[in-house]
Ligand binder design. Sequence first.
Ligand code: AMP
Ligand code: GLY
Length: 423
Amino acid sequence: MKVLLIGSGGREHALAWKLAQSPLMTEFYAAPGNPGIADHATLVAVNVDDHDAILAFCKDKAIDFVVVGPEAPLVAGIADKLRAAGFAVFGPSAAAAQLEGSKGFTKDICARYDIPTGAYQRFNNPPKAKAYIRQQGAPIVVKADGLAAGKGVTVAMTVDEALAAVDGCFEGAFGAAGAEVVIEAYLDGEEASFFCLCDGMHVLPLATAQDHKRVGEGDTGPNTGGMGAYSPAPVMTKEMVERTMKEIIEPTMRGMAESGYPFSGVFFAGLMITAKGPELIEYNVRFGDPECQVLMMRLKNDLLPLLHATATGTLDQVSAEWTDDPALTVVMASEGYPGSYDKDTPIRHIPEAGEGAKVFHAGTALKDGALVATGGRVLNVTATGKTVGEAHTRAYALLDKVDWDNGFCRRDIGWRAIDREKA
Ligand code: AMP
Ligand code: GLY
């Protein structure tokens, strides 16, 4: 099979690493890719926002299957364009990608299909939003409706903070994404991420993970795209997984199909496990980054047939097997992230990883033949172990051999699970 992978982050490096192991793969391209992905695929210098250029490339190379990594091209309709031209695509239509692209859309699906989630209201003007906040009181959560790179959410502990967040949204802090806000009840509990493949009619549960969104140790400081993750998430017991499938995932699949937007791709459900059970915080329509990295380390199967079955409506004919060993990944980021940071700082050495370990590239590039850091999140140092604690020890031992002056990381990735293991 001739495959094109779209994307350039650590998630796509993990997908590329796993896809390249498939005996079904005959030719493998990545657009635009990164220096880590270049170990597995031929990099294609095409702008992924230019859907015509992607389509022309697929025709030119007679690509059989396109795997889309990030959400932005999906929300912009790349899957529709390629499907209309007859290509098999892993990733939802633009209409179905609204599950991630519009928080209001998702909340309305939840309301219509009785999916457990925080009570909410949608607003397109500040006075009504503020009146609702005053009426509900704090804590309360204010969300920009559209895609805001994970930064459009304010979990407000006071009414004043919530009112300020409403002003921020409508004054354009998140651009067009903030033209509408969703105000939502605060959910108290432990967060977990749950991943499933869905072909529109069938759903295949994959695995669970927990990530660390805050930049600082002890889960403090500003939110980021994710500073580390591990899989499985201990809070997702068998019972919680079953309830999530029955109460959240299956009704979403049915609801999307009934609403005329059958969903094909990966459901990434952000959950809060509250005293009542699993409640939906949000959906993403792509693999998590860095959650994907730990999932790929644990997946025993060939990934290519799973993604292809998702794209072709044959998910009922495949299954997925996972190692029981946990996997953990630590993000190395540029000093200053999630604020501003220097670009093109030299990465002098990345150590060889042995069995059950891997350093994935996220924001790296080659400049004059030398490896440099170009992004906020730059490397994902990943390892498995018999316990989360062992995976943590192995990942940090590897990380300490990376020679990059401008990099930093959290040293406590996995702390919740490790505390549980010690108890
Ligand atoms: P989101 O972008 O929707 O994932 O929100 C970012 C983060 O805000 C989540 O991972 C949660 O930690 C927090 N959050 C979002 N919604 C709620 C909620 N209703 N109650 C409590 N925390 C929330
Ligand atoms: N790590 C969170 C995300 O990918 O959205």
